[in-house]
Design a binder for this molecule. Structure first.
Ligand code: BGC
Length: 317
C-alpha cells in the first residue's frame, strides 16, 4: 500500500510516493507559478499523480492523495481560503482534484500542519504531547500538536504562526498586515535584507558572490556568506536569528511546548542557526527550563510525507 503526498510551494509543486514506513520512494517536482487559470493547480496535481505512478511502475492506484498548500484551509478541509504567496483565494481544491480521481480519497491541509503531522508520526514530535513546528520558506508556517494530536484550532482554521505580529509598523506582509513574523523570519526575509544592504552600498562577500546583481541573492548565499565571517551577511543573519528567537519565545510563553522544531530551507543551516537561536531564546525566555529546539526531521520532504499521512490521521482521529 502507498499514498501520494503533494507539497505546493511558492514556485514548485513537489510530489512523492510515500510508503507505510513514511519513506518517500519516488518523487517529482514541477515549476508552478501562481494559478494560470481556474483548475490549473488540480490539473497539475492530476498529471503529476499519473506520472509518479508510471515512473514507479505501479499498477495499483494509491490508497490516498494528500495535498498540502501554503495557506489557510476551511474547517471542512475542502477549500483553500487564502494562500497569499500563491495568489489563491477560495479555491475548492479538494473537489477539483477529486474530480480527476473519483475512486481515490483526496485530503487537503495547510502545508505546515501537514509537516507537523509528519513529525508526529515519525520525526521530532514522536511521543510529544505539546509541540510546535515553524517552517521557514517563502512564508513562515506553523503546526501545533496539543494532547498528542494535530491542533486544528477552536474554529477549525488551525494556526497561522507566520502572521502573528512581531514588528509593529514593520514591513508590509503579503497578507496585507505589517510586521508579521513572516516578514522577518521567512527565507524571503533574508533575501530582502541582503538586497536592501546591496542597494545601500554593501560591498562585502554578498556583492562579490553576486557580481552586485541583487537578483542572484538567495537565502543559502546569505547563510554561506555569514558562515564565512563576512560582516554584512553576519549582521543580517544575526538580526534574523534575533527575530526568530522572539517568535519562538512568544510561542513558548503561550504554549510551553516540550519541543519546537524548525523546518524549511533555512533550517538546513544546522547548528550555525540552532546554536545562536537557543542562546537567543535562553536570554529572552520567562522560564528557565523550556522546549528543546531542534531541526525538523523530514526537512524538505515534510509537506509530502505529512500530506500522505492525512488519510491515516483521519482514520485514527
Ligand atoms: C501562509 C501559511 C503557510 C506558510 C508556509 C504563510 O504565508 O499563510 O498558511 O503555512 O506561509 O507556507
Amino acid at each position: 500500500m502507498y499514498r501520494i503526498g503533494f507539497d505546493i510551494g511558492g514556485t514548485n509543486v513537489a510530489a512523492g510516493i510515500v510508503d507505510e514506513s513514511l519513506a518517500v520512494t519516488e518523487r517529482i517536482t514541477r515549476r508552478f507559478e501562481k494559478q494560470a487559470y481556474p483548475g490549473a493547480l488540480a490539473e497539475t496535481v492530476a498529471e503529476m499523480t499519473r506520472m509518479l505512478c508510471q515512473q514507479a511502475g505501479l499498477s495499483q492506484p494509491p490508497a490516498a492523495i494528500g495535498v498540502a498548500v501554503p495557506g489557510s484551509i476551511d474547517p471542512a478541509a475542502e477549500r483553500v481560503l487564502n494562500a497569499y504567496n500563491l495568489g489563491l483565494h477560495d479555491v475548492p481544491l479538494r473537489a477539483e482534484v477529486g474530480a480527476h480521481f473519483p475512486q481515490i480519497p483526496v485530503f487537503l491541509a495547510n502545508d505546515a500542519d501537514a509537516a507537523a503531522l509528519a513529525e508526529l508520526y515519525g520525526g521530532a514530535f514522536r511521543d510529544a504531547k505539546c509541540a510546535v513546528l515553524f517552517t521557514l520558506g517563502t512564508g513562515v508556517g506553523g503546526g501545533v500538536i496539543v494532547g498528542g494530536k494535530l491542533w486544528r484550532g477552536g474554529m477549525g482554521h488551525g494556526v497561522e504562526l507566520g502572521h502573528m505580529a512581531l514588528d509593529i509598523g514593520g514591513a508590509r506582509c503579503t497578507c496585507g498586515m505589517r510586521g508579521c513574523i513572516e516578514t522577518r523570519c521567512a527565507a524571503t526575509a533574508l533575501i530582502h535584507a541582503a538586497r536592501e544592504a546591496l542597494a545601500e552600498g554593501e560591498r562585502g562577500l554578498l556583492f562579490k558572490k553576486t557580481d552586485g546583481d541583487a537578483a542572484k541573492v538567495d537565502a543559502k548565499l546569505v547563510v554561506d556568506c555569514a558562515r564565512a565571517g563576512d560582516a554584512g551577511a553576519s549582521a543580517i543573519f544575526a538580526r534574523f536569528v534575533d527575530a526568530l528567537g522572539s517568535a519562538v519565545v512568544s510561542v513558548i510563553h503561550l504554549l510551553d511546548p516540550e519541543v519546537i522544531a524548525i523546518g524549511g530551507g533555512v533550517s538546513l543551516a544546522g547548528e550555525f542557526l540552532f546554536a545562536p537561536l537557543r542562546e537567543n531564546v535562553r536570554e529572552k525566555c520567562f522560564f528557565s527550563e523550556f522546549a528543546r529546539i531542534v531541526p525538523a526531521r523530514f526537512g524538505n520532504d515534510a509537506g509530502i510525507v505529512g500530506a500522505a499521512m492525512l488519510e491515516r490521521d483521519a482514520k485514527i482521529n
